[in-house]
Design a protein around this ligand. Structure first.
Ligand code: SF4
Length: 761
């Protein structure tokens, strides 16, 4: 059934981010979900030292926090969680699962906070309330009935706190499996894999100070205006301190062009701050070629006798220089310009900036990692930093920016299907059991295991698995094949509607809510994108007396599954999180004296061998320069990247608008280059079917409206989760198995033309 596109209207893309538009958006969303008093009460505690951590992205808090420390999308994420709307038993009784399946993601989310544990029994049409004891028993029975612990999958989304994550992995490993996939598998896994191989640490190597004190900042494959908005404050501070910024993105994102700070008067009255000095509108997946082009220009300067390469650093701390120099000298400019879609003057100008400065930070996100060659993209970024000696000094280094508040912390807590033996050894020493050693399944392999019937129980700690993952139809069939699906959630989402024979929704406390037990007021901890671990204390009364904290839910699942004889005192650790932190201090490096250090306002910075000591924990102790081939694409297809609209956070859709890109009222749109449309005989407003092509397989997504847009030729952009059905499960990054959602080969197939209202009409 074609959806109507009557509400779609297109305006010219914005050329500035922040300002009045952001403030208006915050006000309208918060008034709708919270009202004035609750808005003030909630937002005034957001990101404060004694307040709660934003459930949005993982951008760090500045040392000098303002009275209000938030961005537009952080405020909406909080309003969304603290909303007064309720998805209570009456809601579920009124709406059958099949009816809810026809709702939009936005309307599902807007239903509000889930107030009771809900059970969908085999054959039932409606979820019904259930007691916690029965809910835990249902899970315990299903898990104990499995032929093997490996027939269960335990997924984690990046909102889960450190304490809950640590207990979750302990429960799962005591149950007997390493099947601990997480959302990191789908986002920065290519960063972790790529960095670990060449510099020995899978995390970024900079602090917020480094970004603000850099001389050159390259922002590649990232749209901070939507996905990490407070980063714009840091970019503005760096610009004001004289930094140069280079933006690399197929789309001209408003926030990378100009920023008006909504917390400053000038942000309303003044011009704001021009962000990018150089804007390189790279072709989709043209990053390796672009990075090699910049490196080639540096090497050419070096060959001309200019000090463009940090030779003392390269000789002392790296290997592989000769092979890289040979490749760069041998690859022609024509090849690199054609493959990157960026002209030589821009590549040379970027190299010029790098050659003239030492304090260089390169920031990136999904536009770098979600490609078949995602690992090569990351390592090509590291090549540039190594050529300039930009590691282990202030204002320099690698900055993969995490998009979920505690995704990095969860990994640090052991949420990883292939956690190192050192972690398992420490767990064994602390808890006196032999944890499973065989690697488990990551997200893509988990879907395969459920699809093939090898996994029959799926448990998700947060998130919206179905909408976040690729190959939607395949993932849906896989989930439906399970005997049991369990979601620890705060609000209804599509994953609750695509379920196993039996399905459970377990409602947990939110980040904004007080967590009080017999042991007193509790707080949780998180780790941000730059390795700072800090406390988070909710200030609002729970929206329902029937909620439980994530740690208490894990404890209930563990006790019901492992039995009363299990030696871990699950009830005690769920009641007093200081006990969990003592366990973490004993097992996880860098968390010594955890309880005392995290009580210091602002928390503490985890050690990082590259940042702190220029130590590269790779074989031989020297960072590796690497050589990578240029990726190839079928010229008869277009390359599609799935992106977030401005009014969404991950899979949560706030409104059907994408204000900065000028798309309003509709999300089933495909942004395409006007010359490509002419070549294909398609026009603005035409409704098309997208087909993706992979290994002889074709996937279809009908009913997308064509919108001509400033995007390089051969490239198109769509929103996820709508376009995830086109992303093949097997289309993943080499080495990290991250779904390659940012470069999918597609074709457009024309249908009727819809009258799209543009700014004029
Ligand atoms: S930048 Fe990220 S962490 Fe900060 S308020 Fe915005 S969404 Fe939240």
């Amino acid at each position: 059934m074609a959806s109507d596109h009557d509400d779609l209207h297109v305006t010219p893309p914005a050329t500035v981010a922040g300002g009045l538009g952001a403030t208006r958006s915050i006000a309208s969303y918060c008034m709708d979900h919270l009202g004035p008093v609750r808005s003030l009460r909630t937002l005034s505690h957001l990101n404060q030292a004694r307040g709660f951590d934003c459930p949005g992205c993982a951008w760090p808090d500045p040392a000098d926090r303002g009275f209000i420390e938030l961005c537009e999308n952080g405020a909406r994420a909080v309003a969304d969680e603290a909303t007064h709307f309720r998805a209570d038993p009456a809601f579920w009784a009124a709406h059958a699962v099949d009816d809810l399946a026809a709702w939009s993601d936005r309307d599902l989310n807007r239903a509000g906070r889930i107030t009771h544990p809900m059970l969908l029994r085999p054959g039932a049409t409606h979820y019904a309330p259930v007691s916690w004891e029965e809910a835990f028993a249902v899970v315990g029975e299903h898990l104990r009935a499995l032929p093997s612990p490996d027939a269960a999958v335990f997924y984690t989304s990046g909102r889960t706190s450190n304490e809950a994550a640590f207990l979750y992995q302990l429960f799962v490993r005591r149950f007997g499996t390493n099947n601990l996939p997480d959302c990191s598998n789908m986002c920065h896994e290519s960063s972790g894999t790529g960095l670990t191989e060449v510099i020995g640490v899978g995390k970024g190597t900079v602090t917020l100070d480094d970004v603000e004190n850099a001389e050159v900042i390259v922002v590649i494959g990232q749209n901070p205006g939507t996905n990490h908005p407070r980063m714009l404050t840091a970019l503005q501070a760096a610009k004001r301190a004289g930094a140069h910024i280079v933006a690399v993105n197929p789309l001209r994102e408003a926030a990378l062009v100009r920023f008006q700070h909504p917390k400053k008067v000038q942000g309303y009255l003044g011009h704001g701050t021009d962000i990018a000095d150089l804007y390189l509108q790279v072709r989709i997946n043209g990053d390796v070629a672009l990075l090699q082009g910049v490196a080639k220009a540096l090497v050419a300067r070096h060959d001309r006798g200019e000090p463009a390469l940090d030779l003392p650093f390269l000789e002392a701390h790296t290997t592989g220089l000769d092979a890289l120099l040979d490749q760069l000298r041998a690859t022609s400019w024509d090849t690199l310009v054609a493959a990157s879609g960026v002209d030589r003057p821009h590549l040379e100008a970027t190299a010029d900036l790098l050659a003239r400065h030492e304090r260089i930070v390169i920031c990136w996100a999904m536009g770098v990692t979600q490609h078949v060659n995602g690992v090569a993209n990351v390592q090509s970024i590291v090549n540039l930093l190594l050529l300039r000696g930009a590691f282990g000094k202030p204002g320099a280094g690698a900055c993969p920016v995490r998009g979920h508040s505690n995704v990095q912390g969860d990994r640090t807590m052991g949420i990883w299907e292939k956690v190192p033996d050192t972690f398992l050894d420490a767990l064994q020493a602390r808890f006196g059991f032999d944890p499973p050693r065989a690697h488990g399944v990551d997200t893509v392999d988990a879907i395969r295991a459920m699809r093939d019937g090898r996994a029959q129980v799926f448990v998700a700690m947060g998130g919206n698995f179905l909408s976040a993952t690729p190959d939607t139809d395949v993932t849906a069939a896989a989930l439906r094949r399970c005997a049991l699906t369990v979601h620890v959630s705060t609000k209804p989402n599509r994953s609750h509607l695509v379920h196993g024979q039996t399905a459970l929704i377990l409602p947990c406390l939110g980040r904004t809510e007080q967590h009080v037990t017999e042991a007193g007021a509790q707080f949780v901890t998180v780790e941000n994108s730059m390795g700072v671990v800090h406390a988070s204390r909710g200030n609002l009364p729970p929206c329902s007396p029937h909620l439980r904290s994530e740690p208490a839910i894990v404890a209930g699942l563990a006790r019901a599954t492992l039995g009363d004889e299990d030696p871990v005192d699950w009830e005690a650790v769920a009641d007093d999180l200081d006990l969990v932190r003592d366990h973490i201090a004993a097992v996880v490096p860098g968390f010594e004296d955890f309880n005392a250090r995290v009580r210091v306002p602002g928390g503490f910075l985890l050690p990082n061998p590259v940042r702190d000591a220029l130590r590269f924990d790779v074989p031989g102790g020297k960072a590796r320069l690497t050589v990578h081939p240029l990726p190839e694409h079928d010229p008869d297809t277009l390359l599609m990247m799935t992106v977030r609209a401005h009014d969404q956070y991950n899979t949560t859709v706030y409104t059907p608008n994408d204000r900065y890109r000028g798309i309003h009222g509709d999300r089933r749109v495909v942004l395409a280059n006007a010359d490509d449309l002419d070549r294909l005989g398609l026009v603005a407003g035409q409704v098309v079917t997208l087909r993706s092509h992979h290994a002889g397989q074709v996937r279809e997504a009908p009913d997308f409206v064509v919108v001509p847009y400033d995007i390089p030729q051969g490239c198109v952009a769509t929103y996820f989760p709508e376009a995830n059905v086109l992303v093949p499960l097997d289309h993943t990054a080499v080495g990290s198995q991250t779904p390659a959602s940012k470069s999918v080969a597609v074709t457009l197939h024309g249908g009727a033309t819809e009258p799209v209202r543009d700014a004029a009409s």
